[in-house]
Design a protein around this ligand. Structure first.
Ligand code: AMP
Length: 305
């Protein structure tokens, strides 16, 4: 049974970083989310690919344990994104976006995903996120992500997405842009006031924070010595987060804190190689080891003065 139903983009990315470049490699929000989540819980993906998508692409998802019943193939070209990272490996420029078959995409939830308790609205147009969510009326926990493009161009529908999500995840810039608050603690409060019970703010190399009505929890990022390709860090963070929550199948404060650590660990592997290269060969023991590393960076004993 699929426990986590994911919708988002499936892309062929062309990426340039200071470590080199790759052309037409597997990318897209749904790709990183579903692969990361499926390490931890049965996960199904809904997305669209074109007839030019490499034949081994679909089997690649399946080999990593992702259910592909919801993967639609349409006549035409797969969505393509071309990006170049700045020297700081944080800033990036989108050089091209070719929608291809994505242009006419209307996500259809297969019957086998309809009873999934956990729903992830990966980064795509908020109108499509809502269309997907409408088809899973019994969803227990809805997590949603977005990007600058939709904050600029589809604010009203994005507002609906935020309202209907239980956990809304954004990066620091997006949190500021949506709320108009420069102070991130205030931005988190403003987002919580729009509906979700939880808000996660990703802060790149500074980690991430989880905010709710009664407080917040911070997790640092792993201080990696080499970041080859940051693409998909946020999406795999989200996949690790929801995968762990679904695996535990409860939403205690402790589970959420642990989920944030697993999410950070997952993201740290993603950036070690281009595309899904590192995620594809990730071992459970490595993931656990890195969770331990994050835990040891934050564990502080009692302080007495
Ligand atoms: P992230 O690095 O987590 O922001 O995610 C990067 C992924 O987002 C890439 O693999 C792209 O294919 C995908 N992407 C870029 N632009 C868009 C867009 N407009 N809609 C959906 N996905 C996109």
């Amino acid at each position: 049974m699929v426990k986590v139903a994911v919708v988002g983009s499936i892309a062929l990315d062309s990426i340039e970083t200071m470590y080199g470049s790759r052309r037409d490699v597997l990318g897209g929000s749904a790709t990183f989310i579903s692969i990361a989540s499926s390490y931890l819980a049965p996960t199904g993906v809904v997305g669209i690919i074109g007839t030019d998508f490499p034949t081994e692409g679909r089997t690649f998802f399946e080999r990593l344990g992702v259910d592909t019943t919801g993967l639609e193939t349409a006549e035409g070209a797969t969505f393509r994104w071309v990006g170049r990272y700045h020297q700081d490996m944080i800033g990036r420029d989108t050089l091209a976006t070719n929608l291809g078959v994505f242009e006419n995409f209307r996500p259809q939830v297969p019957d086998v995903y309809r009873s999934a308790p956990y729903v992830v609205l990966g980064n795509i147009h908020p109108g499509l996120q809502l269309h997907f969510l409408d088809q899973i009326p019994r969803a227990q926990f809805v997590v949603a992500d977005t990007m600058k493009l939709w904050i600029d161009s589809a604010a009203e529908e994005l507002g609906q997405v935020i309202k209907r999500s239980h956990l809304f995840i954004v990066n620091d810039e997006e949190a500021r842009q949506i709320t108009g608050e420069v102070n991130l603690a205030r931005a988190a409060q403003a987002l919580l006031a729009r509906g979700p019970s939880y808000v996660v703010i990703k802060r790149g190399e500074h980690g991430a924070s989880l905010h709710h009505a009664h407080g917040c929890f911070y997790v640092p990022a792993v201080p990696l010595l080499e970041v080859k390709d940051p693409t998909g860090a946020g999406d795999s963070f989200l996949g690790g987060l929801i995968g762990f929550i679904a695996r535990m199948d409860r939403l205690s404060d402790e589970v959420l804190r642990q989920a944030l650590v697993v999410a950070g660990a997952m993201a740290s592997f993603t950036v070690e190689d281009f595309s899904v290269g590192r995620l594809a060969v990730l071992e459970k023991t490595e993931l656990l080891e890195r969770c331990g590393q994050i835990r040891s960076m934050t564990g502080v004993g009692h302080i007495d003065i």
